[in-house]
Design a protein around this ligand. Structure first.
Ligand SMILES: Nc1ncnc2c1ncn2[C@@H]1O[C@H](COP(=O)(O)OP(=O)(O)OP(=O)(O)O)[C@@H](O)[C@H]1O
Length: 698
């Protein structure tokens, strides 16, 4: 790859599509012709102002002006976003540099999530930091299981007063790591009821870290933590920073202090560093993200980072934007933005009052079908909700009416037990010291329980070449035959050079044979295993497959609706979190009531309420042409701790107080019958009835 400038003849034209602020962000200090880039850049981009497009143009501009694509690090929020960015960059290059057709084939080898990039750097530098390059990565559930094991071994599960459960322990550990705060501070701020256990928790976390190290596993947090520690060493920081001329970060508002520290260590003077985000859309504080990262970014550098604000919204109509602006204006601190749009068409968003869930679903289905009748495809319509469980009734009705849909958010593919089984098998073949995976796999065999599994794992860990001894393990007589078959399979497949994806197919064949014994609904679940095989075939090998899948799992499972055929039309159902970065022509927000948004899980601190407000803002700003917020007067909630399933009565979300009502059109559905609509005749009837009541006591 040459670093010479390849300014295309028609470069003016492609930049003309951008507005002046977008163009300034695209052209800021690009280090033309291989010259070193200069100062850092912060792009504050309001919802729908073309931040993603601007970032893609900037990458394209860098490439056009001579930056080697393999020296660009592009950090996005999900793999989906990274892939989409790559496609956009190639499209832009194809148009901008028609005379350099090869540019349209450009790949960005260093684009992905912080975690995925971290995993790759850690493997590349493993030898330098005392890590085994063959480490496996635990997802949240595996991490919780390992935490539980450590908790048990430390004698903390058998206390008289109940010690926090595994998920709480993991949440505390993760919060301390990601926020870079001492345990005491984290406990005081977020888990005060666990303060009495501070010493025990410290002991537990030490044991958890030791267990991870002996088993050569890293959890999600470790990918960032090890990276941060690696770049805390000035020589390594310079080396890692030196790999890239430019580091670009999308969705910067959702990064945590650890991620900010990594960036700063890699680019201490900010040269070549460009971050893009919207403080009003920060919605991941519960994972340790902090809006402070974006607010404090400019002042970290001397001179401070240049700040460019994108104010023009290209997505929504003026009434939708006005309503969303009004909702977010009631939040606390933030960068001043005055979003405007040239789209004058369309009516106000609607606040639709319905009696209950059943009417809510009835309204949504009727409106979705009516819009489709008017020519709006289903996939340009989305229904958004705060919690994945809120859509249960709608999903049932859509299925009953044969309306195809796809659901994003909620139960992830990898959380399904059968998918976890297969991945545990694969992980254990990759790393026989991984106890959590091994424990799960061994118990898949008929006749093998926890005791035998633990004994086998002890032996495997003690041996040099883990799997080679498998056939000789002391398993109960009844399990011997099945065990022999499994041992042969494991020995063949664990070899690093086992052919891929053939080795995976062999593992699946073995697992499919176990399924009828393990699950009643085995036939339904088989579809997922087949889907997993298809996904596996697109990866070069076991390690890459495991890493990518653990870090950025696909969404659909057979427990969900599944992704319909690509050419089929389908309605989008999505949690508000998963709607991030998307847009649709019509958006309906389900359950716009207190208790759902803000969620009753988050009505504590003011900061949490503000995050819920930003979440509603994100949902509202996904709409291009029409926006409905549905307000059921009562709705059904499931699995309330201690209360069970029940109906609750609700009020309109506090984020839409009376003074914001002029931003909305209000209506009731179904339309009340004429006699209740307040006509003179109906009023007369009501008065008559009232008179009768009084007359009873004359
Ligand atoms: N200069 C422009 N001219 C015309 N349309 C534009 C321009 N910039 C962006 N758009 C359009 O605006 C819409 C929003 O763009 P994009 O999705 O990049 O916004 P965003 O800032 O990433 O949004 P959000 O942060 O809300 O997810 C898209 O439909 C895009 O095509």
């Amino acid at each position: 790859m040459t670093t010479a400038t390849r300014t295309p003849s028609d470069s003016r034209h492609w930049l003309d599509e951008l507005n002046p602020e977008q163009r300034a962000a695209v052209c800021h200090c690009i280090g033309e012709g291989g010259a070193p880039p200069s100062g850092p850049l912060l792009v504050i981009a309001g919802a729908g102002t073309g931040k993603t497009g601007t970032l893609a143009h900037r990458v394209a501009n860098l490439v056009i002006h001579g930056t080697d694509p393999s020296r660009i690090l592009l950090l996005t929020f999900s793999r989906r976003a990274a892939d989409e960015m790559g496609r956009r960059v190639r499209r832009i290059l194809a148009r901008a540099a028609a005379d350099h057709a090869w540019l349209a084939q450009v790949q960005l080898p260093w684009s992905g999530t912080f975690h995925a990039v971290g995993a790759r750097l850690l493997r590349d530098f493993a030898g330098r930091i005392g890590l085994d390059a063959g480490f496996t990565i635990h997802d949240r559930e595996d991490s919780a299981d390992l935490m539980n094991l450590a908790r048990h071994e430390a004698g903390l599960s058998a206390r008289e007063r109940r010690f926090p459960l595994k998920n709480t322990c993991l949440a505390i550990y993760s919060a301390a790591v990601n926020a870079r705060k001492p345990l005491h501070e984290v406990l005081r701020a977020s888990f005060p009821w666990c303060l009495e256990w501070e010493d025990e928790l410290k002991r537990l976390f030490r044991a958890y870290v030791e267990a991870k190290q002996t088993q050569q596993v890293l959890d999600y947090d470790d990918l960032l933590l090890y990276w941060a520690h690696m770049v805390a060493d000035p020589a390594l920081a310079a080396e890692l920073g030196g790999l890239f001329d430019h580091i670009l970060v999308d969705e910067y508002q959702d990064t945590n202090p650890l991620q900010a520290a990594i960036l700063l260590a890699m680019k201490p003077d900010g040269r070549g560093l460009a971050v893009v985000g919207d403080d009003a859309q920060s919605i991941y504080a519960f994972r340790g993200a902090t809006v402070r990262n974006i607010l404090d970014f400019p002042a970290q550098f001397d001179p401070p980072a240049e700040r460019i604000v994108l104010n023009r919204n290209y997505r929504s109509t003026r009434p939708i934007l006005e309503a969303a602006n009004a909702v977010i204006a009631m939040a606390g601190e933030g960068f001043a933005k005055n979003l405007w749009t040239a789209r004058e068409d369309g009516g106000r968003p609607r606040l639709v009052s319905v009696r209950d869930d059943a009417d809510q679903v009835g309204f949504i289905v009727a409106e979705v079908l009516a819009r489709r009748e008017q020519g709006m495809p289903l996939r340009q319509q989305a229904v958004l909700f705060r919690a994945a469980s809120h859509s249960a009734r709608l999903e049932m009705e859509l299925t009953r009416r044969n309306i195809p849909f796809v659901k994003f958010g909620g139960l992830k593919f990898l959380e399904a037990a059968h998918v976890k089984d297969v991945l545990a098998l694969l992980r254990w073949l990759e790393n026989p010291r991984d106890r959590v995976s091994g424990f799960r796999v061994l118990q898949l065999l008929a006749g093998i329980g926890p005791k035998t599994a633990a004994k086998v794992l002890d032996n495997v860990c003690a041996a040099h070449d883990g799997c080679a001894l498998l056939a000789e393990q002391p398993v109960p007589e009844a399990a011997r035959e099945a065990w022999r078959e499994f041992a042969v399979l494991a020995e063949t497949l664990s070899a690093a050079q086992a052919p891929w994806p053939a080795a995976f197919e062999a593992a699946c064949t073995w697992y499919l044979a176990q399924m009828p014994r393990l699950y009643e609904d085995a036939t339904v679940r088989q579809g997922d295993i087949e889907q997993l095989q298809r996904i596996a075939a697109t990866y070069p090998g076991r390690r890459a497959f495991l890493t990518e899948l653990t870090l950025d799992p696909p969404n659909a499972t057979s427990d969900e609706a599944g992704i319909p055929l690509r050419d089929e039309d389908y309605l989008i159902l999505s949690t508000m979190h998963s709607a991030k970065g998307q847009e649709w022509r019509a958006v309906t927000v389900l359950n716009a009531v207190d208790g759902c948004i803000p969620s009753d899980m988050a009505t504590g601190a003011e900061a949490e309420i503000d995050e819920e407000r930003r979440l509603l803002y994100v949902a509202m700003t996904r709409a291009r042409d029409s926006l409905d917020l549905v307000v059921p007067q009562r709705f059904y909630v499931t699995q309330q701790q201690g209360l069970g399933d029940r109906h609750v009565y609700a009020g309109r979300s506090r984020f839409i107080p009376n003074r914001l009502l002029p931003c909305f059109e209000q209506l009731s559905w179904p339309e009340p019958p004429p006699e209740l609509r307040g006509t003179p005749e109906s009023r007369q009837a009501a008065i008559d009835l009232a008179a009768k009541m009084r007359g009873m006591w004359d």
